[in-house]
Design a protein around this ligand. Structure first.
Ligand code: KG4
Ligand code: ZN
Length: 351
């Protein structure tokens, strides 16, 4: 079954064709991120205007690369939320029009839940059926799934590709938000998590010069919730205390921020894995691209003999591949009349 998926919830416009939820036939992404850089954040109106320009060429390119067309795909999947209303509307109205004119089933998708299906996808484009079966066959349930992105930090229990239970999430800000605000504070403008990661990797500072120790919020509270708002305040306070800021000091600070955030993400995920006797762990979402998080999660999973699945970096940040995969494994089509963009769509709506 070939699903054409469309994703336009933020500043990316993406389309992909995925076979049986696992095999990538095409994956096309257009981003307006560079246009927002000078404003220090995404300008929703600019994002939506750009999406309007690129959505048709993006879908055309995805069909072309997959060597298929509207008549040959089996269904259309569309992100309906959460996200920016103007951006979501561009994708949703386009997908509804395609469904109306082609008569194909239309599957509404919750973007946050969909992120975790990046773990179900075979990494290589156009992988063989045997490779795809082999990949899926390695996943054992129950699994604990951490979705960690710019707007969400959520833990789920997955008992099968269809059965998902929400276990906990952030009480305030998301981990990605803490990375993004720190990047701005440290002068990396709009480059967010990747800038912190790059700077932290250059950390060589003599420990005696760098004294900052940031809190690890809710680390030992026994819950499966997160909180990053207090950490954001502590980051601001501690940064403003430092008088001898130079490149070395900035790297040391970026390193400590990355350690604080990833310590909490790993500890909570492992706590959930233990509590639910998980056989697999999934991580996904933009922050799952973080190399230090990947490394620490790998070490922790190995120690507990749990299988760890991490999507390739290109499938962690927003794309339409996992939208198609979710639609295949868990989606249900709905009459196009009833489908609308829902900017504040909760993770619980589709459970
Ligand atoms: O999933 P995503 O692309 O969009 C949302 O659905 O939010 O996630 C974007 C978030 C941003 O906060 C970005 O700074 C963060 O993912 N991110 C990273 C890295 N790459 C992207 N955070 C830490 N390290 C990275 N390498
Ligand atoms: Zn996302």
């Amino acid at each position: 079954m070939n699903i054409l998926a469309i994703e336009s919830s933020c500043d990316e416009t993406a389309a992909a064709v995925v076979e049986d939820g696992v095999t990538i036939r095409s994956n096309v992404i257009a981003s307006s991120a560079a246009m927002h850089a000078k404003y220090g954040g995404i300008v929703p109106e600019v994002a939506a205007r750009e999406q309007l320009k690129v959505i048709i060429p993006t879908i055309d390119e995805a069909l072309k690369q997959a060597k298929t067309d509207f008549a040959s795909v089996d269904a259309i999947a569309i992100t309906v939320g959460p996200g920016l209303i103007g951006s979501l509307l561009i994708g949703v109205e386009t997908a509804k029009t395609i469904a109306l004119t082609t008569g194909k089933p239309l599957i509404p998708v919750n973007h946050v839940l969909a992120h975790m299906y990046a773990n179900f996808v075979q990494n290589e484009q156009n992988s063989s059926r045997a490779q795809s079966r082999d990949h899926i066959g390695k996943i054992e349930f129950p699994a604990i799934s951490l979705v960690v992105s710019g707007g969400h930090t959520e833990l789920f229990l997955m008992e099968s590709p269809k059965k998902i239970t929400w276990l906990g999430g952030t009480l305030d800000d998301a981990a990605g938000e803490a990375f993004d605000k720190t990047a701005r504070l440290l002068g990396f403008e709009n480059r967010g998590g990747p800038a912190i990661q790059e700077s932290a990797a250059r950390f060589q500072l003599d420990k005696s010069r760098f004294k900052t120790k940031l809190p690890r919020p809710l680390l030992h509270d026994g819950s499966l919730n997160f909180s990053f708002s207090g950490l954001k305040t502590a980051i601001w306070r501690e940064w403003n205390k430092i008088s001898d800021i130079d490149e070395e000091m900035t790297s040391a600070f970026a390193y400590e921020v990355q350690e604080a955030i990833t310590d909490v993400l790993v500890a909570k995920t492992m706590h959930a894995a233990q509590k639910y006797a998980a056989k697999s762990i999934f991580i996904s979402g933009g922050v799952a691209a973080n190399l230090r998080l990947r490394e620490k999660m790998q070490d922790a999973a190995e120690k507990k003999s749990v299988k760890l699945f991490i999507p390739p970096i290109s499938l962690c940040t927003d794309n339409a591949v996992y939208i198609a995969s979710y639609a295949f494994f868990r989606g249900a089509s709905a009459d196009w009349h009833t489908i609308t963009a829902v900017p504040n769509l909760s993770v619980e709506i589709y459970l």
